[in-house]
Design a protein around this ligand. Structure first.
Ligand SMILES: Cc1ncc(COP(=O)(O)O)c(C=O)c1O
Length: 444
């Protein structure tokens, strides 16, 4: 087998001389698990990527989620190219904005009005600002193991060190970076996810101070952890009871697990929703949507939302095109079927090799835990996070033409460009990779 990395290594070294760490996001470099250095990409097409050494991969990294149509999808490219031929931004309204907004509203029934921004981080900041304004309260509940962007107000207790994280029922809020002022922690209450008793106790005690419960409806930033049956309903009931808002952060799940997002598949309606990633199919755009009365606070200017780059022509053209493709009959059935074949195949190959494994996923997003039992919250996951065994397996997969992130906090994604033929290739590579690494995989 020839897996060449010398050009990638040289290109990455050059990048390190001019870009801090050689990457423009923390998830892309050696710190995030790409050891000794990440492959440097030459191009992508459909479900495949090529690196600068000429290695070809079936891509299940999919840029951490946005590329739901694969790379350089001809309809996405044509829609965006047509839009930018007339200019990219005007700081004035244009008709395509409302068409994109209507597409979001048609897809997600809880969304009555929207505002577009550029990134998931901005959308969540905006949603929490609306919630604090509407409720007149300052506290936002967020959950250990979830991620809501890198802003000072929200990057707390994302993957905390359990030696400092306090009791599981009432964790200590811990900043996720140096430079985050301690004072921002006072605006948050950090809670364990999937724990009905803990959240009922908190709301009984402090419900009147809580502006909002902010949650990913499917935890997608510690592998994939689905909600326990009834858990989202509990969050809905408690927020309604205490006059708090329920915010679903569907930056990953929105338009990925279904056209109506996770709220569509679980039948739980939040007050506000944030979405990004699949929304723009690979172009930078995010959205806050929800109840009309809440978004009216933005409409009348009492809640400020601004941004030079918000709703550029390329962003809204991408939204309209992405949702147009996703709305076609059979799209999600195919995404689910391809992902199910992969998940079943991966589970079987590892089990046959004597490795205890849980393949946890919802439709076209999943992750593999080397665990005897299902993982239901961050503290259970912590024992398996950044598993060296998983990194070894991923290294063997890369060498065999399968692109996934080397850390199991990230996910395997499936796009509309993946076919059964790609699944065959991935499962063959997986079988071979498991054979090559079996002794390491079995070591606990
Ligand atoms: C659930 C969730 N919210 C917010 C964000 C932040 O989005 P962005 O990276 O676009 O700022 C992410 C990013 O992965 C996410 O997964």
């Amino acid at each position: 087998m020839s897996y060449e990395t010398s050009r990638s290594e040289a290109a990455y070294k050059l990048a390190q001389q001019v870009i801090a760490g050689g990457v423009n996001s923390g998830a892309r470099g050696p710190d995030a698990g790409w050891l000794p250095s990440p492959p440097v990409v030459a191009r992508g097409e459909g479900a495949e990527l090529w690196d600068v050494d000429g290695n070809r991969y079936v891509d299940h990294l999919l840029a951490l989620g946005p590329m739901i149509h694969g790379h350089a999808h001809p309809e996405m490219t044509a829609a965006v190219t047509a839009a930018i031929a007339d200019g990219t931004m005007y700081a004035l309204p244009f008709e395509l904005e409302a068409e994109a907004a209507q597409a979001v509203i048609d897809a997600v029934p809880s969304v009555e009005l929207v505002r577009f921004s550029n990134s998931g981080t901005e959308a969540v900041l905006h949603a929490t600002r609306i919630a604090r304004a509407a409720s007149g309260r300052s506290l936002v509940v967020r959950f250990e193991g979830q991620y809501h962007g890198w802003a000072d107000q929200l990057e707390w207790s994302h993957h905390p060190d359990l030696t400092q994280a306090g009791p599981s029922m009432r964790p200590t809020a811990l900043p996720g970076s140096l430079g985050i002022p301690q004072a921002f922690g006072a605006g948050l209450v950090v809670m364990p996810w999937n724990d009905v008793e803990a959240i009922e106790a908190l709301m009984a005690e402090r419900g009147g101070e809580i502006a909002a419960i902010l949650t990913e409806p499917i935890m997608g930033n510690t592998g994939v952890i689905p909600p326990n049956p009834g858990y989202l309903e509990t969050l809905r009931r408690l927020t309604t009871q205490h006059g708090s808002l329920l915010i679903f952060d569907e930056v990953i799940t929105g338009f990925r697990v279904g056209l109506g997002g996770a709220q569509g598949i679980y039948g739980v309606t939040p007050d506000l929703t944030t979405m990004a990633k699949a929304l723009g199919g690979g172009f930078p755009v995010s959205v806050v949507g929800g109840r009309r009365d809440l978004l009216e606070l933005v409409a009348d200017g009492s809640v400020l939302h601004a941004g030079t780059y918000n709703a550029s022509t390329l962003a809204v053209a991408a939204v309209k095109a992405s949702l147009g493709i996703l709305s076609r009959p059979g799209t999600y059935e195919r995404l689910y079927a391809i992902s199910a074949r992969l998940q079943e195949g991966i589970g079987r190959l590892l089990t046959d090799a004597g490795v205890a494994v849980q393949v946890q996923g919802v439709g076209p997003m999943f992750q593999v835990w080397f665990s005897e039992t299902p993982v239901t919250n961050y503290r259970e996951a912590a024992a398996h996070l950044n598993s060296p065994r998983y990194a070894t397996l991923v290294r063997a997969l890369l060498e065999r033409g399968v692109m996934v992130h080397p850390s199991n906090i990230e996910l395997w994604f499936v796009s509309t460009a993946h076919t059964d033929e790609h699944v065959d290739r991935v499962l063959n590579a997986f079988e071979d990779a498991v054979k090559a690494t079996a002794s390491e995989l079995r070591a606990s």
